[in-house]
Design a binder for this molecule. Structure first.
Ligand code: TRP
Ligand code: SF4
Length: 327
């Protein structure tokens, strides 16, 4: 039983978009059938980049849980909680920082990358360098065996394993070594053909009203070679088609593929079909979302309950940690 635990977190730094649902949340939802899952809001991690603009964290925190619930993360089966409400994360972070060699953090490939990406937010801080140590604390606290993450998080998971190994070696075998569970899904493009991200301003949000959704699909880049309706297109290089692959039934996808290549279908029709499909896909999600938006008290209670449960586990682990370290 102990080796069936899944743990993952997401930073509350803005609105949920289709990339989150497709790349992460659908994976989380599926794992609930097989594992005991802990899913949390990594609000302290959000603080490493948003420390000057902390309001975004508070504003997106409850909304993020509402979106999780709307896509089928089930509080009856999974423990949903807020990182900063379980203060033990800070203590474990501090203790693990004592045994983490600086070199591991400085060599972390995502460290330099993110520093460049987030340049204007000034992440040359101590807290940001320690980001992976805090993440290790999150994971090890619950003795998570599997961590569903995107490829970009693999270096962090490797550091977590190294820290766990070092702790177990220095003191006593307390932590299992967690493994990544990579979602085998293609990355969702933004409407401009780059990876979907709020910082690129190319995302489709759950909260987008239908007109906005339609307008965004209208702007999506298609095969750039297809200048006129009579020109045949190449679906392989078209963002709209990459969406059809995900959201449209396979028979219709094959038909679109064929018709695009012989100019039997125009991009406008193709986009209209996609808009219709996405609206159908989002309808039940939005319906649940509206419910929870109107029942925030219920959501807050779910998170309070989950945090209480998480705290119980965290306290136990911290007891073991202090005992192992003899402190
Ligand atoms: N770093 C993760 C991200 O940006 C968020 C995160 C924080 C996390 N702690 C975690 C993910 C623990 C998995 C496990 O996506
Ligand atoms: Fe893309 Fe569809 Fe236009 Fe082909 S018809 S280029 S798949 S939008």
């Amino acid at each position: 039983m102990e080796n069936r635990r899944v743990l993952s977190g997401m930073r509350p730094t803005g609105k949920t978009h289709l990339g989150h649902i497709h790349g992460i949340l659908e994976n989380w939802r599926g794992l609930q059938d097989e594992y005991e899952c802990f899913y949390f809001a990594a609000d302290w991690h959000a603080l490493t980049s948003e420390y000057k603009n902390t309001s975004v964290i508070k504003e997106s925190l409850i909304e993020m849980f509402i979106d999780w619930l709307s896509v089928g993360i089930d509080p009856q089966r999974s423990t949903l909680f807020v990182q900063s409400w379980v203060k033990e994360h800070a203590e474990l972070h501090l203790l693990l920082s004592m045994i983490t060699p600086l070199g591991w953090l400085e060599r972390n490939p995502t460290y330099k990358e993110q520093q460049e990406e987030l340049g204007d937010k000034e992440v040359g801080t101590y807290g940001f360098l320690g980001y992976p140590v805090l993440q290790a604390a999150d994971i090890l606290m619950y003795k998570g065996n599997y961590v569903p993450v995107g490829k970009d998080q693999l270096p962090h998971l490797e550091i977590t394993r190294e820290i766990a190994r070092r702790f177990n070696y220095l003191y006593r075998e307390v932590f299992p070594l967690p493994e990544a569970l990579l979602a085998e899904v293609p990355i969702l493009m933004g409407i401009d053909g780059r990876k979907m991200s709020k910082s690129y301003n190319n995302a489709i949000y759950i909260s987008d009203p239908e007109e906005v959704l339609e307008a965004k699909i209208g702007q999506m880049v298609t095969d750039p070679q297809r200048g006129y309706r009579k020109d045949p297109g190449d679906p392989e290089v078209c963002s709209v088609f990459s969406y059809h692959r995900i959201y449209t039934e396979p028979d219709l996808v094959r038909e679109i593929d064929r018709e695009c290549r012989r100019a039997g279908i125009g991009c406008r029709d193709c986009k209209n079909m996609l808009a219709k499909r996405l609206k159908e896909y989002l309808a039940p999600i939005k319906e649940k979302r509206n419910y929870y938006l109107n029942h925030r008290g219920e959501v807050e209670e779910i998170i309070r309950d989950g945090t209480e449960r998480a705290r119980g586990v965290a306290r136990n682990t911290m007891g073991e940690v202090r005992e192992a370290m003899e402190i």
